[in-house]
Ligand binder design. Sequence first.
Ligand SMILES: *[C@@H]1O[C@H](CO)[C@@H](O)[C@H](O)[C@H]1NC(C)=O
Ligand SMILES: *[C@@H]1O[C@H](CO)[C@@H](O)[C@H](O)[C@H]1NC(C)=O
Ligand SMILES: *[C@@H]1O[C@H](CO)[C@@H](O)[C@H](O)[C@H]1NC(C)=O
Ligand SMILES: *[C@@H]1O[C@H](CO)[C@@H](O)[C@H](O)[C@H]1NC(C)=O
Length: 815
Amino acid sequence: MARKKSYYLLLWFFLFLMCFKMFMSATTTDSINASHPMRDGSTLVSEGGNFELGFFTPGNSDKRYLGIWYKKIPVQTVVWVANRNAPLVSSSVASLRVTDLSVLELVNGTGGVVWAANSSGSVRNPVAKLLDSGNLVIKNEDENDDFTPASFLWQSFDHPCDIQLPGMKLGKDVSTGLDRYLTSWTSSDDPSPGSYTYRLDYRGYPQPVLMKSRVEQYRNGPWNGVGFSGNPNLKPNPIFAFHFVMNAKEIYYTYELLNKSVLSHRLLNPYGTMQRLVWSEYAQGWVMYLTAQSDNCDTYALCGKFGSCNIADSPECSCLKGFEPKSPNDWNAGDWSDGCMRKTALSCNKGDGFLKYTNVKLPDTQYSWYNTSMTLAECKAKCMLNCSCVAYATLDVRAGGSGCLIWIDILIDLKIYAQNGQDLFVRVDASELEKGKTRTWILACSVILGASLLVGSVILYWKRRFSRKGKVRGAYNSDELELPLFDISVIAQATNNFSNCNKLGEGGFGPVYKGKLEDGQEIAVKRLSKESRQGHEEFKNEVICIAKLQHRNLVKLLGCCIGAEESMLIYEYMSNKSLDLFIFDDMRSESLGWNVRYQIIKGIARGILYLHQDSRLRIVHRDLKASNILLDAEMNPKISDFGMARSFDGNDCEAKTCRVVGTYGYMSPEYAIDGLFSLKSDVFSFGVLVLEIVSGKRNRGFTHPDHWHNLLGHAWRLFKEGRSLELVDITTGSSCNASQILRAIHIALLCVQQSPDERPGMPSVVVMLDSDGDLPQPNEPGFYTGRDLGEQYSVSSKSESYCSNFMSVTIVSGR
Ligand SMILES: *[C@@H]1O[C@H](CO)[C@@H](O)[C@H](O)[C@H]1NC(C)=O
Ligand SMILES: *[C@@H]1O[C@H](CO)[C@@H](O)[C@H](O)[C@H]1NC(C)=O
Ligand SMILES: *[C@@H]1O[C@H](CO)[C@@H](O)[C@H](O)[C@H]1NC(C)=O
Ligand SMILES: *[C@@H]1O[C@H](CO)[C@@H](O)[C@H](O)[C@H]1NC(C)=O
């Protein structure tokens, strides 16, 4: 009797185990067919083990999706989602099955079809398989065994989400009308279609465009046989090869990996940036190989019709030759959207001519016509014959050039590069051509005249220097910078002869005084005395950097004063001095309510964004901290102190010193330890600043009775425990807006993440601060445990590596 009982017990136990295994453990299969559906919990792995198909829940979501992700890497990276429009509720067990009716069906726990893949072909015993390329394909089982594209009833590569994998085609199958394009996720937690799409525009000569809803944001430009006209720096490389195919059957763009051990894909992220990412074994994360949008000039139609954009110019927009601004007032105020118009109307047949532009990103080809077999001479003739033709260019630049591209009526979104661009011939009236010629003569004359003047003044300058036994080491000419030169006697008078009462404090390389000019303007004077030798480079750097920058969130340099004994910088005076005096002061912080704090945070973010992206120099500040944020009478934040700033573009701001400089507590780990700095090190400092503004506590010197973490670590602990509001400075309490505060803390934690690649760029930060969309989950911050970690590193010992690293950083984060 007892034996029988235990026998039953064992049987039950066994049955239970079977069920448990079926429901709970992740089993893998290699195909799905009519008798083998795939349940939530099991997965389908590709033959080579590169990809896996299964059910997943993204980030903080509580919804469940069917998707494909990389199998071999630890960071879950979903490359395709089936039911992005129809999520499953996580509690019910779903399954994926193949049927003769619609080849693939996703059924929820109650048997309802949530999503289906249909095929127009004749379906008999379909079988689904995941290929090692990440393509989920379905074919009839009774046909031959090989999975070739011709036999596919359906494939996931025909229905892209936000990622273009190698081998995936982006574009159109002319015969079926199928158009494949990318649509961003709504947020990193929500795969439902976001507002951005990246697709081919088939009007005129086809080209890829990035759109937000129906508005164009960015164009790659037309394919020129080698690459896209708007990506001249993307050259043939050992990682991948790319192809643009255009024939009677198909028009598409695709690329392939040349080295199969590299993992790489193109992603349209929820913020509307097109990125090419490569998996880094070393960093154990995705690193950016390049972004499509490289600078402000890539903003679609920034300079309007018949305008051209050159990021090296200030302002970056100008009218094409023979054209003038349509709305001069708007144009001069920096709103170029109205574009330009002809100074002289075309006379059409009576001797119009063409002006040649070199190094161009070809204008929008939706207004174009093309012929692949014409020569450039035939192209010119063709353009000449039709009065609507406004420009022409070679279609294919390979082998001396072939084909013809003609623009009808409109030239828009034209960009000028420093090198590697294409030639464009723009039609102008004969009279404009004549002006052009005389202008060249005038130009030539003035260049010669200018050169002789320059030589003269240089000789004079040197003479004066030697006669004064000049002490100013940095040899620079303030005239070049269009910076007003103040006389030392004027400054002395304005500052009461540099009296102690007028002293505001000590800056990075000398005392700062308050002054008042005769016209009543209040100024701040930064004085560099002859004793402070090491400050010369920083001083020079600051003059050169800041003289070229103008933004409402940057402190304005009014002029300088260069004397034999000492040099001075003259700034606008900020009546509320610096941010640290407010947030770290018990009394004063009370006057700083949450709204003001949030405005300050946003102002700082916009200032950094300008430095990083919109200014002509593309500058990394490298020393962002509370004491370098000045406040004007209305509490508008202004970033100051550009002594450490470096430009990513030219040599303008490059100093000869090779030192890791900055302030501990604000320095990112990769910068403090390896001397690697990039735009993302400023993002880190910004994150620290935000936490300081929210908490009213300094990151460095922060102490807590319960743990040894610094402010970052403290914020991270509270965030993980859902207690972020406890971080808030009690004095902000009265005017508190909890959701905004939580958002600021969340964004700050994204900015201080350990890995620079995970930190958002400033464009994203500004967008996140201004919107209320979902935010990605931050990972662990850098430097959050040992509060003294940053201080263990000797500042000078890293001098060698820093210069070379700077170069490599430039390349990676450049284009
Ligand atoms: C696919 O087939 C199912 C069932 O026949 C149908 O309900 C659905 O609308 C079809 N979907 C498409 C995109 O054609
Ligand atoms: C392919 O890439 C791997 C990893 O980056 C590298 O180690 C290997 O040398 C590369 N192979 C070739 C042929 O370039
Ligand atoms: C393209 O140009 C060639 C040579 O001029 C001509 O023979 C051909 O008909 C043109 N094709 C089209 C579509 O206009
Ligand atoms: C000029 O070209 C446009 C666009 O192809 C066309 O619509 C127009 O008829 C042409 N005009 C002449 C006079 O050929």
